[in-house]
Design a protein. Structure first.
Length: 436
């Protein structure tokens, strides 16, 4: 009796000006422990200007390159890679270009799908690429202004290691009020800390480790890790403050499948938790995450492709939820571990992320969630938008400060475009979409 043939796996990696990071992703991908005649690796280049497509054609001939003349976003780009998926293809893997894999990443995912024909997708354990240590910020909180009642200590607007920028690698774990943006597009977003906040700082490192801090009024805060602490005086001008010496490191979870919250938000399961093996048993999950996932070919033929109107954000949730309405299930395969830089090429650090997250979340909820949940989410979005307008526009005007329209305007546009798209109309994409 002969063994069944090895199923074909198509791996699709999407690039938009990812440069060396994309090349590193593909270099790791071609070392996958899978028969080469059954592994089809495709790079979709979303109108990049980084020369990656040419580099890959020259140095990685086993990778097929598909170039788009325009930036189609995550949904449109991945659909290009899926467009001519053979009917007999066993599986298709979607992999972000800021992900690196070990040679054995694929086999546990295939085994999970082979075990149950009703499982449409298998999710690896996605860890953040860095190791981390926890840094706490502790101080006495005060209100920012009479028109902004949030209790805050200091504003965190940057991080660096031995003088090099590390802001994208820091993760705000708890006790922060969320990202805010200045009128100067060259300046990074910042977050206000509460009286006891914690962030995850990359480790291990060689050289000075610093945070860029400022305060609405002169204040003192303690910066501490597991072994030591330092007290600093922070003023109104953003300045650099050195952290205590490094005190160990640990792996941090990015995603092990996605879960639906009662309020209609879909979130990464385990996000920013210390990886201590709590997700090492296979489990059934609500949805899969597009950062890395293995999809069954028959699942895609059943539910269709990603919705290109979403462009970016929630397109994976939309397809996963669509599949659930057709009876498909999703599981984790935590023996497959991949590492994700996370937010390396996305709009998460740009104001435009607010627009796509809000618009697409409401669209997906209106399609699949109970009607009461969708209506409640829309009303809550209106209320939250009003609170931003009160805080950032009206409150600032009343105290003689320059208003900040950025977040309020993007949220209003998201609400408007949600209504238009529900009515079957196609709103014009924001100009900033081309930067995603």
């Amino acid at each position: 009796m002969t063994d069944p043939p090895t199923p074909t796996v198509r791996v699709i990696v999407l690039n938009y000006n990812g440069g060396a990071m994309t090349v590193a992703c593909l270099q790791a991908m071609v070392r996958t422990d899978w028969p080469s005649d059954a592994l089809d690796i495709v790079l979709v280049d979303n109108a990049s200007a980084d020369g990656v497509a040419e580099t890959v054609r020259a140095d990685l001939p086993q990778v097929e390159v598909i170039r788009s003349d325009e930036n189609l976003g995550f949904a449109g780009g991945m659909n290009l890679g899926l467009r001519d998926l053979p009917l007999d293809a066993g599986y298709a893997a979607l992999v972000n270009n800021d992900v690196t894999v070990d040679p054995g990443w694929l086999r546990p995912l295939v085994a999970a799908l082979d075990a149950d024909a009703q499982v449409g997708a298998a999710c690896p354990k996605i860890l953040l690429a860095d190791q981390y240590e926890e840094i706490e910020i502790v101080g006495t909180a005060h209100r920012l202004a009479w028109s902004d009642r949030r209790p805050v200590t200091v504003q965190v607007s940057g991080a660096r290691i031995d003088g090099a920028d590390a802001g994208r690698r820091v993760r705000f774990a708890r006790g922060f009020w969320g990202p805010e943006f200045t009128r100067d597009s060259t300046q990074p977003p910042f977050q206000w800390a509460t009286a006891h906040a914690s962030l995850l700082f990359p480790a291990p490192v060689v050289g000075a480790r610093e945070l860029r801090l400022a305060a609405a009024r002169p204040t003192r805060v303690v910066l501490r890790n597991a072994r030591s602490q330092t007290e600093v005086s922070v003023g109104a001008t953003p300045s650099w403050y050195e952290l205590p010496p490094a005190a160990g490191e640990f792996a941090v979870v990015n995603n092990v499948g996605s879960e639906l919250r009662p309020d209609g938000y879909v979130q990464d399961r385990g996000y920013l938790e210390r990886d201590s093996g709590q997700f090492d048993r296979p489990d059934t999950v609500f949805a899969w995450c597009g950062a890395t996932v293995l999809l069954r070919g028959s699942y895609l033929r059943s539910v269709g492709r990603l919705d290109e109107r979403l462009f970016t954000y929630y397109e994976d949730v939309d397809l996963a939820w669509r599949g659930k309405t057709k009876g498909w299930n999703y599981v984790t395969a935590p023996d497959s571990v991949v590492h994700h830089i996370h937010m390396a090429t996305s709009a998460a650090r740009l104001p435009i992320a607010t627009y796509y997250n809000e618009r697409n979340r409401l669209l997906v909820l209106s399609r699949y969630a109970p009607k009461s949940t969708a209506i409640s989410a829309f009303l809550r979005a209106l209320a939250v938008t009003g609170s931003y307008a009160k805080r950032d526009v009206i409150g600032r005007l009343l105290r003689g400060a320059r208003p900040s329209w950025t977040v309020t305007a993007l949220r209003l546009r998201a609400l408007r475009d949600f209504v238009l798209m529900r009515a079957g109309l196609t709103p014009r994409s924001p100009r900033a979409a081309k930067r995603l």
